[in-house]
Design a binder for this molecule. Structure first.
Ligand code: THU
Length: 141
């Protein structure tokens, strides 16, 4: 389950900052970037994409997950998220569940600000006792 080719924090920070720079956030003016480290040393990134019909926008994590799946990868080893301001830009509730789909016991969330990584949190701490694919798949057996 662990990475065969570990990516450096520097590589991931470069990717997540580049993703944030692509954000389409004219309404909130809160650009967010996300970058996923996959199992083979790949990086999949995404940004928030807002919409004039506000609820139809999507988060950076959601965009990065879509890029990962399009590349044929379905495992998140690490996810970096970056936002501006002083707070910890932690994945929203909906994105926690989306990450859960592809997370494993050692998946980590790296919360970043402009100056770098602010916190590294085990994913299972962000969504304890969660519902995942195994619950649905086991019910079909
Ligand atoms: N946002 C993300 O992209 N990821 C998060 O985890 C939190 C919030 C975006 C959604 C919206 O475009 C903007 O930040 C302000 O909420």
């Amino acid at each position: 389950m662990s990475s065969t080719k570990a990516l450096s924090e520097t590589q991931m920070l470069t990717a997540v900052k580049a993703a944030q720079a692509k954000a389409y956030a004219p309404y909130s003016k809160f650009p967010v970037g996300a970058a996923i480290a996959g199992p083979n040393g790949e990086i999949f990134s995404g940004c928030n994409v807002e919409n004039a019909s506000y609820p139809e926008g999507n988060c950076a994590e959601t965009s990065a997950i879509a890029a990962m799946v399009m590349a044929g990868v379905t495992q998140i080893d690490e996810i970096y998220v970056i936002g501006n301001g002083d707070g910890l830009v932690s994945p929203c509730g909906g994105c926690r569940q989306r990450i859960r789909e592809f997370a494993h016991a050692n998946t980590t969330v790296h919360i970043c600000g402009p100056e770098g990584v602010r916190a590294v949190i085990a994913f299972h701490e962000l969504l304890p006792n969660s519902f995942g694919p195994e619950h649905v798949l086991a019910s079909k057996e």
